[in-house]
Design a binder for this molecule. Structure first.
Ligand SMILES: *Cc1c(COP(=O)(O)O)cnc(C)c1O
Length: 410
């Protein structure tokens, strides 16, 4: 259905967890009761003031919300066009937006009487956020991580261990995020009674995509109110980077029915979106299929085999994208573009130089697209980009990519 024929973009998913033809619940019989239990509990919690009181208390006192909406003045001057604001979710406890969602799921797990939390992680950011909240509540935490990622992301593995989590290296498949997610789903079926599966992005079977979106929507709700305060009106454009799509969905959702607001998702273009497939642009370079319990756009070969993506940013290399994004793409309500590693690295440096903010490589992709379009837009045009993570974790990757020796003194 085309965009003009849809009354509201905020009503999805339907009772089967579908966003148009995307999403749903493609799971084994054994998983079904677990998923239905979770859905019922989430439906109860959603309208329970006590649940949101607890969330709000922890968002304020543990995470540090609301995160500021910051006018990037020198960056705006440098780009010489549209006015650029950053939503500062990199200032959250643990350094990214992931904890917004983890808190919601763990409070839900506690309400369900679950004592053991499992999670999958790629770059380790979701694993760290989950280990953090488990430590805070004294819950057992097991994190599945591809063996290849365990090697690549040693500091995050050590963080999780410090926080008391058990990190399980996954050697099946190619030993990356996709395989870690499969093993976590298997664990869930095996230890049904006391275990809760905390998913890190807007993927997985229904109700996860909608639930994670709802928890991350705090980003967009705050940004909307803060923008009214700062500019007296809504932004003209909102922009966010996309791995699985949770920080983007969180920023976008409260703006979906404001037709004046242009919505842009930025995928990781790696070395370029072409036949070599050295990228992670599921929407701009993939096609629909089923993975991890939902139907969505995926990176796959001609036989439907899932391909490993490639990006300088480990947090963006998930071979799929949340089903709601696939739907927003097909309806045309949101636009999806891609940015290469090289462009993201330039934007990384631009943010450091002009604003004194070292961004994660993920939001550097969003910023790179801002840098592309801002100069061509009028000075009254207001852009809000999601600065969804800080770059401390990425300094070694950046040093290597820029050929800098970190021990150099001058
Ligand atoms: C995990 C992560 C992402 C990618 O996940 P989304 O679900 O697409 O938000 C992006 N940025 C940062 C900083 C991350 O930690």
């Amino acid at each position: 259905m085309s965009s003009e024929l849809i009354n509201s973009f905020k009503t999805g998913p339907d009772e089967n967890g579908r966003f148009g033809t995307f999403g749903g619940r493609f799971v084994s019989e054994t998983l079904m009761p677990l998923i239905l239990d979770l859905e019922a509990e989430y439906e109860r919690a959603k309208t329970d003031q006590a649940f949101w009181d607890e969330m709000n208390h922890l968002w304020t006192h543990y995470v540090g919300r609301p995160s500021p909406l910051y006018f990037a003045e020198r960056l705006t001057e440098r780009l010489g066009g549209a006015k650029v604001y950053m939503k500062r979710d990199e200032l959250n406890h643990t350094g990214a937006h992931k904890i917004n969602n983890v808190l919601g799921q763990i409070i839900l797990a506690r309400r369900m009487g679950k004592t053991r939390i499992i999670a999958e992680t790629g770059a380790g950011q979701h694993g760290v956020a989950t280990a953090t909240v488990c430590a805070k509540f004294g819950l057992q935490c097991v994190v599945y991580m591809g063996s290849h990622d365990v090697e690549r992301q040693k500091p995050n593995v050590f963080r999780m261990k410090l926080l008391g989590a058990e990190v399980v290296p996954v050697t099946s498949g190619r030993g990356t995020l996709k395989d870690a997610m499969n093993d976590a789903l298997r664990d869930w079926v095996t230890y049904v009674r006391d275990t809760f599966y905390c998913i890190g992005t807007v993927a997985g079977p229904h109700p996860y995509p909608a639930m994670v979106r709802d928890f991350q929507s705090i980003i967009g709700k705050e940004a909307r109110a803060q923008m009214m305060e700062a500019e007296g009106r809504l932004p003209d454009t909102v922009i966010a980077a996309i791995g699985g799509g949770s920080n983007a969905m969180g920023l976008f959702h409260p703006f979906l029915d404001d037709r004046s607001v242009r919505i842009i998702g930025v995928e990781a273009g790696g070395k370029g979106v072409d036949d070599r497939m050295e990228h992670c642009a599921s929407l701009t370079g993939g096609r629909p299929g089923v993975l991890h319990g939902n139907r969505t756009y995926l990176l796959q070969d001609d036989d439907g085999q899932i391909l490993e993506g490639f990006s300088i940013s480990a947090g963006l290399d998930y071979p799929g994208i949340g089903p709601e994004h696939s739907w927003l793409h097909e309806t045309g309500r949101a636009e999806y573009v891609s940015v290469t590693d090289r462009e993201a690295l330039e934007a990384f440096q631009l943010s450091c130089e002009t604003e004194g903010i070292i961004p994660a490589l993920e939001p550097s992709h969003a910023l790179a697209h801002v840098a592309k379009i801002a100069p061509g837009l009028p000075t009254e045009h207001v852009i809000c980009m999601n600065m969804c993570g800080r770059g401390d974790k990425d300094i070694f990757t950046v040093a290597k990519a820029l050929d800098w020796t970190m021990t150099e003194s001058d």
